[in-house]
Design a protein around this ligand. Structure first.
Ligand code: C2E
Ligand code: CA
Ligand code: CA
Ligand code: CA
Length: 275
């Protein structure tokens, strides 16, 4: 069978062959990393616009392939295609719930943590049970956990998505709509979904002050449905200055802090106001 596979490859040119081989190797490496529990978690601060303090952290998956970091925008879709995303997602959520429970106990009792849930995870009924178990095992209060889902993830199967999110909400978990404003279905989704937090996509922050009216509109919309807002991708003091009077609740971005390892989080929480 191995030889047959090799024969089939012969029809491609050398470049294709190298590409296929590299793809195969990276897939095998990712599978190994997930199986050995080598996916780590970085935390990016979410800063409250009223108090200027870190009140939340977003957990972001990290993979070091032989010392070289691979971007999540590369390995997350790969993990979805390879059927590894549930396992990977559960590893991230386990680490995040344990870390944040510890930091809440030792440093900041109101800290909340966001984990990203992919389309594929949302599609399987077991995902809610898995999260419920992780909450149980870590002792983390369900209200301290936020699940971030994208509109596009929900569009794949709205009914299943809504059902799953309703179940999570019944547990007390909060729902955040990620990358808001990049899809085409926002209003219909907002009507049907249990949404606690709207995360305004970083493309809006990047186009400030041009997008000021648009951000103000989304903030009002969020308020109408009883959701709070986080503006993503804030990189400059100028962007922050434009956002502050708009009534958004929180900001996230390189200006406030890049994703960092768990070791660096206690210092982050001990710091005073971010500005
Ligand atoms: P996301 O959920 O929208 O996460 C925010 C991304 O924006 C992160 O990229 C973060 O590093 C980046 N970011 C934060 N502030 C700034 C800024 O000021 N400027 C710019 N240019 N970028 C900023 P990262 O860590 O590379 O993750 C990329 C995407 O991969 C995430 O986008 C999310 O969709 C996915 N991802 C990451 N970790 C996980 C995970 O554990 N599970 C799932 N399903 N997806 C994940
Ligand atoms: Ca996110
Ligand atoms: Ca986002
Ligand atoms: Ca994104």
């Amino acid at each position: 069978a191995k030889d047959a596979g090799r024969d089939r490859v012969v029809v491609f040119d050398a470049e294709h062959r190298t590409g296929a081989r590299q793809r195969f190797e990276v897939h095998a490496a990712l599978r190994g990393a997930v199986e050995r529990g080598e996916i780590s978690v970085a935390y990016q601060p979410i800063v409250d616009l009223g108090t200027h303090r870190v009140t939340g952290l977003e957990a972001l998956a990290r993979w070091n392939r032989g010392g070289a970091p691979v971007s999540p925008s590369v390995f997350i879709p790969m993990a979805e295609d390879l059927g590894l995303i549930e396992h990977l997602g559960n590893q991230v959520a386990r680490r995040a719930t344990e870390d944040v429970q510890r930091w809440r106990a030792e440093l900041y009792p109101d800290l909340v943590v966001s984990v990203n849930l992919s389309v594929r995870q949302l599609a399987v009924p077991g995902s809610v049970r898995a999260l419920a178990r992780l909450l149980d095992e870590s002792g983390l209060a369900p209200t301290a956990l936020r699940v971030e889902v994208t509109e596009s993830a929900l569009m794949a199967d709205v009914a299943a998505g809504v059902e799953r999110l309703d179940q999570l909400r019944e547990l007390g978990v909060r729902i955040a709509l990620d990358d808001f404003g990049t899809g085409y279905s926002s209003l219909a989704l907002l009507r049907d979904l249990p949404v606690d937090v709207i995360k305004i996509d970083r493309s809006f922050a990047q186009r400030l002050p041009d997008e000021t009216a648009m951000v103000a509109f989304i903030v009002d919309l969020a308020r109408t449905i009883g959701a709070t807002t986080v503006v993503e991708g804030v990189e400059t003091p100028e962007q922050l200055a434009v956002l502050a009077p708009l009534g958004c609740d929180a900001v996230q971005g390189f200006l406030l802090g890049r994703p960092t390892s768990a070791d660096a989080v206690p210092a982050l929480l001990a710091d005073g106001p971010a500005w």
